[in-house]
Design a protein around this ligand. Structure first.
Ligand SMILES: Nc1ncnc2c1ncn2[C@@H]1O[C@H](COP(=O)(O)OP(=O)(O)OP(=O)(O)O)[C@@H](O)[C@H]1O
Ligand SMILES: [Mg+2]
Length: 472
């Protein structure tokens, strides 16, 4: 028999999953995109079947389209590809579309359409809004098709944070993750339905065909800079290229000793330390309030947070400023580290804007919550965070985060560089907590850490590592 494409063992495992959503990936070259192209074929014998494979831009899609010709045509010689529509039509009438979504507004191109199978290649290039919008398009066009969503990804990119949070953090790989979804019917009755998702890891080591065809590929991955190597060769979701704060370490071994970690166990703040409250306002996007203590060495501790997010990434709870102020007041009355303390509020300067009526700051003042204007100089603020995250020789940084500040730990390490302003972070990501910590860091600026000067020896054969001629 002439076999055109058959899954390698890992691809087979991914293709056998029955969950509503499944993410395949982590490392580079594991055979992810190939698998998506083949998976899209599963239901092409059903005339009303519609499949959709998405990449961020059309130029990025071209490689997949080329590969689809190699796989689809030998299997279905009568299948036709339409260059304008980027779509395949199969003899049964079934169609597979290739689509792009360069900007979030492009998602409306998919409005009113239905796809039984939707695949996102390089999912971390998409925002949560883009991914979740397509859920509503995952509907059958007729009976007897299966509706499901698949995705492939490497660590890094604008969507790194939410993808990690959705597929990687909740459960070990290959463990189904279940969500309860409540449906309220017009008659008032409600029902809980369950949706499932899973992460299936893959790496170059699972793609024997590529390792055979291009034995040097693995060497190229191994010789990447450390962070990229960890992400692309081993699929490590804690380090990736493009990560702005790659100094960040969340190391549970140091939670008590406070060594070589930024995350630490909460403790009682001494009464002589100064307390600050940072604030970044948001309504349809999340707002962020962070409380900080400063010790006598000017070290910052993020000790408490109030983050106005619905639970959907980057979606705000839509609280009025007075409501936020009331919540702040309550926390400052009840938290043992805050009650009875003098607290200096520092906020995004835009909350003082009165051009559209009463300012947000004025509304909060009416409830008794006061702020001073922050210095919003972006690059200087970013440098201050870098200065504070750097570890000294003893493994001690100038910024610690209490392990209870979950949203800081989720969003700040996930920030990536902007494509258009390479010095700054990509502000389309969830950057509200970052903004608020930046305001506090700018009130307490510190010098950059001393640079370590290490003599670099010319050692092309790397003999130094073998301890030759060094006795004792
Ligand atoms: N089942 C298969 N049969 C034949 N060739 C395969 C198969 N799986 C993968 N390959 C080969 O391996 C190559 C790399 O696979 P693919 O592009 O799917 O990897 P990837 O994980 O998407 O890589 P990246 O991380 O770079 O996006 C393919 O171009 C194809 O030549
Ligand atoms: Mg790929």
């Amino acid at each position: 028999m002439n076999v055109i494409w058959s899954p390698q063992p890992r691809q087979k495992i991914f293709m056998q999953r029955r969950e509503n959503e499944a993410l395949y990936g982590g490392a580079a070259g594991g055979g992810k995109s190939d698998c998506a192209i083949a998976e899209a074929l599963r239901q092409v014998h059903i005339p009303h079947y519609r499949g959709l494979i998405l990449r961020k831009t059309y130029p990025q899609l071209s490689e997949m389209v080329d590969r689809s010709h190699e796989i689809y045509l030998p299997s279905f010689p009568d299948a036709k590809y339409n260059e304008q529509k980027h779509s395949w039509t199969f003899p049964s009438g079934a169609k597979i579309y290739f689509g792009a979504m360069q900007h979030t507004k492009d998602r409306t191109n998919y409005q009113g359409k239905r796809y039984d199978f939707i695949d996102f290649d390089e999912l971390t290039h998409f925002t949560w809004d883009e991914y979740s919008y397509l859920f509503s398009r995952n509907r059958p066009n007729g009976p007897c098709t299966r509706c499901y969503i698949r995705a492939q990804a490497n660590p890094g990119g604008i969507g790194h944070g939410w993808v990690k949070e959705r597929f990687i953090t909740p459960a070990p790989p290959m463990t189904p993750i279940w969500d309860d979804v409540k449906i309220v019917f017009p008659d008032g009755k409600s029902e809980i339905r369950r949706r499932s998702r899973i992460f299936v890891p893959s790496s170059i080591f699972d793609n024997k065909i590529l390792m055979q065809n291009d034995p040097e590929y693995i060497t190229r991955l191994a010789s990447l800079p450390e962070n990229e190597k960890r992400a692309l060769l081993y699929g490590d979701w804690d380090s990736f290229s493009g990560q702005v704060f790659n100094e960040w370490r969340n190391n549970p071994d140091g939670y008590i000793t406070r060594k070589n970690t930024h995350v630490i166990e909460p403790f009682k703040i001494p009464s002589t330390w100064k307390i600050y409250r940072g604030f970044d306002f948001g309504y349809s996007r999340p707002f962020s309030v962070g409380w900080y203590a400063v010790d006598h060495d000017r070290r910052l501790y993020r000790i408490r947070e109030l983050y106005g997010c619905t639970g959907t990434p980057n979606e705000g709870v839509r609280w009025e400023p007075q409501e936020i102020a009331r919540r702040i007041k309550r926390i400052e009355k009840e938290d043992p580290n805050l009650k009875g303390r003098h607290i200096t509020g520092i906020a995004d300067p835009s909350i003082f804007d009165e051009s559209r009526g009463e300012s947000v700051a004025a509304m909060m003042e009416r409830v008794g919550i006061y702020f001073e204007k922050a210095d919003n100089t972006r690059i200087a603020g970013k440098m201050q965070i870098h200065n504070r995250l750097a570890f000294d020789e003893g493994g001690v940084p100038m910024l610690y985060v209490f392990s209870t500040c979950k949203h800081f730990i989720r969003t700040v390490p996930a920030l990536v560089y902007s494509q258009t302003d390479v010095e700054d972070i990509d502000t389309t990501a969830e950057d509200h907590i970052y903004d608020e910590v930046r305001y506090i860091a700018m009130v307490n600026p510190i010098n950059p850490p001393p640079k370590k000067y290490e003599a670099i020896m010319y050692d092309p054969l790397q003999l130094g590592q073998y301890n030759f001629y060094r006795q004792g």
